[in-house]
Each structure stands twice: as C-alpha cells, then as structure tokens.
Design a protein around this ligand. Structure first.
Ligand code: FE2
Length: 196
C-alpha cells in the first residue's frame, strides 16, 4: 500500500465497520487489527500532525466521522508532558507510533478517592491499549522518553474533542467535567453544524 493511502485506507475500513455494527465489542474487535496495522508503519503521518508544542501535549484531529461515530487523533508528547487523570466515556484504542508512553490506570478506593491501580504500562511502537467505560476508562498518560517527542494514535468511538468527560484529582474524590477540543482548529468536523 502506498504510504499516502495508509490513512485513507484506515478511514475507509473504519467507515465500513461503523456502518456494519454499533456494538462496542464488535467495533473494538474490528478496529484492533486496523489500528495495529496503522501504527506498525511509521511512514504516513503528515509532519503538521506530528508537531509538538513546548508546553502542551498536542491533540491533532486526523479524521472525524461526519456522523460522530469515530474520530482519529494524533497525540504528540513533548518531553515531560502528561495528561491529567481522566476518562473518555466512549471506547478508545491507543496505538503507539513513535517513541514510548506510560499509562497508569486509576480506580476509586473504599473512600471514593482516586488511586493508581495495577502496574504502570509502557507502550512501544506497534503496541495497543484499550479504554472504555466497560473495560476501565480512567488513566493518566505521559511521555515515557525524557528528551524527545513521542506520538501515539488514538481512535475513539465518538467525536472525542466534543465529548463532555471527566478529570479526577488523585487522592481525592474531586471530579471535574471537561471537553478537550483539538489542537488544530480547521478540521471539517469543527465546522458549524446546522441545528438538529
Ligand atoms: Fe486517555
């Protein structure tokens, strides 16, 4: 497959998948090999979508389904950058493309305070991780490399930049609602929508 066809091929296959089913397990099962194939080839991501920022990790929207059934985002981690503890409220598949990232799951203790749970996992290029409300949805993600940029590709079962979701203050029961948006502001699915 030509390099410039790889992302198009992924989007076409995902579009067929979301047309065929809305079952979460079937979508994750169908999307997993597509994501694995996408991130085992580091020859397709446009440079503009690989751009880092000195202060903030970047969320470049690569494609948004016009019916909001899925979205694909490149996360670009500068040295030392990490997310807050957060959830997604929709299913997601994370695929490591370049560099490495750490993921730490969180769960509430008996007092409802959010604490790390399980071992911290480090993704290497080609590795995948899955999040969803049914499978575990709360984590903190960070660049695993101290002195260079890392990039992971995230597929979500919705328009993730427009989803109201939650950030958690570790060691407390404090939960805040947020909408992440995207770092790039000119993507087609950010165009104004007619009222439903
Ligand atoms: Fe996440």
């Amino acid at each position: 497959m030509a390099n410039d066809q790889r992302l198009l091929g992924f989007v076409a296959a995902m579009t067929r998948l979301v047309q065929a089913t809305s079952d979460e397990d079937a979508l994750i099962a169908g999307a997993t090999p597509l994501m694995r194939d996408l991130v085992t080839h580091d020859d397709w991501l446009p440079d503009a979508m690989a751009a880092s920022h000195p202060q903030y990790y970047q969320q470049h929207l690569l494609y948004g389904d016009p019916l909001d059934r899925f979205s694909l985002v490149s996360f670009v981690w500068g040295p030392g950058q990490k997310t807050p503890v957060h959830d997604h409220t929709v299913w997601g598949i994370i695929g490591m493309l370049r560099g490495a990232e750490n993921g730490q799951r969180f769960a509430p203790d008996a007092q409802g305070h959010w604490k790390p749970t399980g071992e911290r996992a480090t993704l290497q290029p080609g590795d995948l991780d899955i999040v969803s409300p049914a499978r575990g949805d709360v984590h903190e993600v960070s660049n695993a490399i101290d002195d260079s940029v890392s990039i992971s590709i995230h597929l979500y079962g919705g328009n993730i930049g427009r989803v109201a979701r939650h950030a958690y203050v570790p060691g407390t029961s404090t939960v805040k609602t947020f909408v992440s948006g995207y770092s790039n502001l000119l993507a087609p699915n950010l165009w104004p929508r007619p009222a439903a």
